[in-house]
Write a protein that binds this ligand. Structure first.
Ligand code: NAD
Length: 370
């Protein structure tokens, strides 16, 4: 059983297929896209060990021959050296513009391989086969690709849409609980930013889906992808509305930077804490009812997720230090910090009009709670 979410972007339109068994029948799922019965897989060691055999069997069942490049796992892979390695491998393999590259992994592989495909021969087609919850609900959809540099995360990249996305619920079964819940941070974000009914649905069903209920997982992914697709179609290159997807990210990125992009705080964990702080700030500014920040934190707590600065192990900079890290975010426009705030759960909006003093106060109070 698979649900499709269509992303209607004109001549760059594509489908996101969500369901079980998609990797096992990958060949049948992508055969219509192939100019010749060959494909090129780029993946990483952990995913390769667990799932590459299934993908290869799924392709060969449809008569598709596939070579694979297997990179190391982890965020450091998303940089210049492995970008060069990927591009050079695809060139050595004589991949042509109409051929199909398969990005098989989490957000790290999706972002890196998408970018390699964007610059190779000025644009080679690629399919995303995301293997983490975060990648299924967020990074594989919408066409943002790129790498990190010594100056920061995601600073070099391109918009390059995939030609199909296969989000297979089965592969999530091997994901560690912490990585699953980090991805759930992005799922909760969708409810918080634009769909109060979805957030209420998550309050009712979140724990069961975290425990492994495949139908609930598929439904949560479908609703998240549909929301992302709707926003991306309105604003593909982030001139306006797409910034809503950054709810929790201005705080989250500062916390990620403060913890050195390490195991101390995963991206989705930073987003979840960031969402709680964004609602706290909205409430302090009188924009949203006072109970909303507590409701956000209560749901994160019920899921067993990090929700406060106190949940981050080790030292953190003081409020001014965190503010300085926020000012380095690439969402800064003309020196002005842009925030995503909310009038309530499901009602986020973008604003450049936030007094730094209010942010400093929220941060110093949150730090005092540690
Ligand atoms: P990731 O790709 O590093 O995967 C997280 C961990 O899970 C890794 O250790 C990986 O080896 C492991 N893993 C992957 N699939 C697995 C599976 N099925 N079973 C067991 N283990 C598995 O990280 P991520 O959280 O998927 O993505 C984070 C990246 O995504 C960041 O670089 C972030 O910047 C990027 N991102 C991009 C966008 C976008 O729009 N392009 C959006 C959000 C995040």
């Amino acid at each position: 059983m698979a649900h499709d979410v269509h992303v209607p972007l004109g001549d760059r339109a594509y489908d996101v297929r969500i369901g079980t068994g998609l990797v096992a029948r990958a060949g049948a799922e992508i055969a219509d896209l192939l100019p010749r019965p060959r494909a090129w897989i780029v993946t990483e060691e952990t995913v390769a060990r667990l799932h590459l055999g299934t993908l290869r069997a799924g392709l060969s069942a449809a008569g598709i021959e596939a070579g694979a490049l297997i990179l190391p796992p982890g965020e450091p892979t998303k940089g210049w050296p492995h970008l060069i390695e990927t591009v050079e491998w695809l060139l050595a393999e004589k991949v042509e513009r109409r051929d199909l590259v398969i990005a098989f992994g989490g957000g790290v592989i999706g972002d890196l391989v998408g970018f390699a495909c964007a610059i190779l021969r000025r644009g080679v087609r690629f399919v995303q086969v995301p293997t983490t919850l975060l990648a299924q609900v967020d990074s594989s959809v919408g066409g943002k690709t790129g790498i990190n540099t010594t100056h920061g995360k995601n600073l070099v990249g391109a918009f390059h849409q995939p030609v199909r996305v296969l989000a297979d619920i089965d592969v999530l079964g091997t994901l560690g609980e912490r990585d699953f819940l980090a991805g759930y941070g992005e799922v909760a974000k969708y409810g918080l930013l634009g769909d109060a009914a979805f957030f209420a649905w998550l309050e009712a069903n979140g724990r069961a889906l975290a425990r492994g209920d495949a139908a609930l997982r598929a439904e949560a992914i479908r609703r998240s992808v549909q929301m992302k697709a709707d926003i991306v179609v309105r604003d593909e290159t982030e001139q306006g509305d797409r910034a809503l997807l950054n709810l929790g990210h201005t705080f989250g990125h500062a916390l990620e930077a403060a913890t050195g992009y390490s195991d101390r705080l995963l991206h989705g964990e930073g987003v979840a804490i960031g969402c709680a702080l964004a609602f706290e700030l909205s409430s302090r500014l009188g924009l949203c009812p006072q109970e909303e920040p507590s409701r956000v934190r209560a749901h994160l707590a019920a899921m067993g997720m990090k929700r406060d600065l106190a949940d981050i192990p080790g030292d953190l900079p003081d409020a001014d230090g965190l503010l300085a890290l926020m000012a380095q975010d690439k969402k800064v426009v003309g020196g002005q910090l842009r925030f995503i705030l909310a009038r309530g759960i499901g009602e986020a909006f973008v604003t450049g009009d936030v007094p730094a003093e209010a942010v400093r106060l929220v941060l110093s109070d949150a730090l005092r709670g540690r």
